[in-house]
Ligand binder design. Structure first.
Ligand code: 5GP
Length: 190
């Protein structure tokens, strides 16, 4: 997606060789026009897959997931990071190790909103090691749902996420792929 590439090159900040900061348009302040375009791109890519729901991981995946769900005219479901068994005892739960925070956290999904008849598109902001997406897939499989694919705004292609997902037979759509980073330097893939 050309507009996202331009934005990353103009405003993205490579903190080091691994972490890209995009707080001005994705992670802290959100550009709704850019997210609307991203949603349409994902919706076009997965248009003929029979997606029944879009699933995302709170919080940075919510904006692109919402726009994708709107473009596909299906509901969006947010996987939650806080275990809330008191609020809802009927939860699926799995542990994820966080790439940016270097900790593990519990990801939860209510049994109420995803079931065996769902064919789910997972949308997130970044794909790095594929831990978040793999955890989301685990939760969806607990519910006997099937996976239509994974869409991410930014894939860091020098990290193993894509390979990990493709090895499980999951189709990945990335709107921008980063080939390499160094502090204050970003190289995109064609
Ligand atoms: P993974 O689970 O694929 O290793 O990492 C994906 C998750 O970590 C995403 O949900 C995203 O929130 C976060 N993440 C991974 N790499 C980056 C990065 O370079 N910058 C930012 N801002 N978040 C990242």
């Amino acid at each position: 997606m050309e507009s996202l590439k331009k934005r990353i090159l103009a405003e993205g900040q490579a903190i080091d060789a691994d972490i890209l900061k995009v707080d001005g348009f994705i992670n802290h302040q959100v550009d709704p026009v850019l997210m609307t375009e991203a949603g349409k791109e994902f919706a076009n890519f997965f248009a003929d897959k029979g997606v029944t729901k879009v699933v995302t991981i709170e919080s940075s995946g919510i904006a692109p997931a919402m726009m994708t769900a709107a473009a596909l005219n299906v509901p969006m479901v947010i996987l939650k990071k806080q275990p809330s068994k008191k609020l809802n005892p009927k939860l699926y739960q799995t542990e994820i190790s966080s790439f940016t925070k270097e900790i593990s956290y519990e990801l939860t999904m209510s049994q109420e909103f995803i079931g065996e008849n769902d064919h789910v598109l997972i949308i997130d902001d970044f794909l790095a090691n594929g831990e978040a997406a793999t955890g989301a897939i685990r939760l969806l499989r607990f519910a006997h749902a099937t996976i239509a694919g994974v869409g991410v705004l930014i894939e860091k292609s020098f990290q193993p996420g894509r390979k990990k997902l493709e090895e499980q037979g999951i189709e990945v759509c990335s709107l921008v792929r980063i080939a390499k980073m160094e502090t204050n330097h970003i190289e995109l893939m064609d």
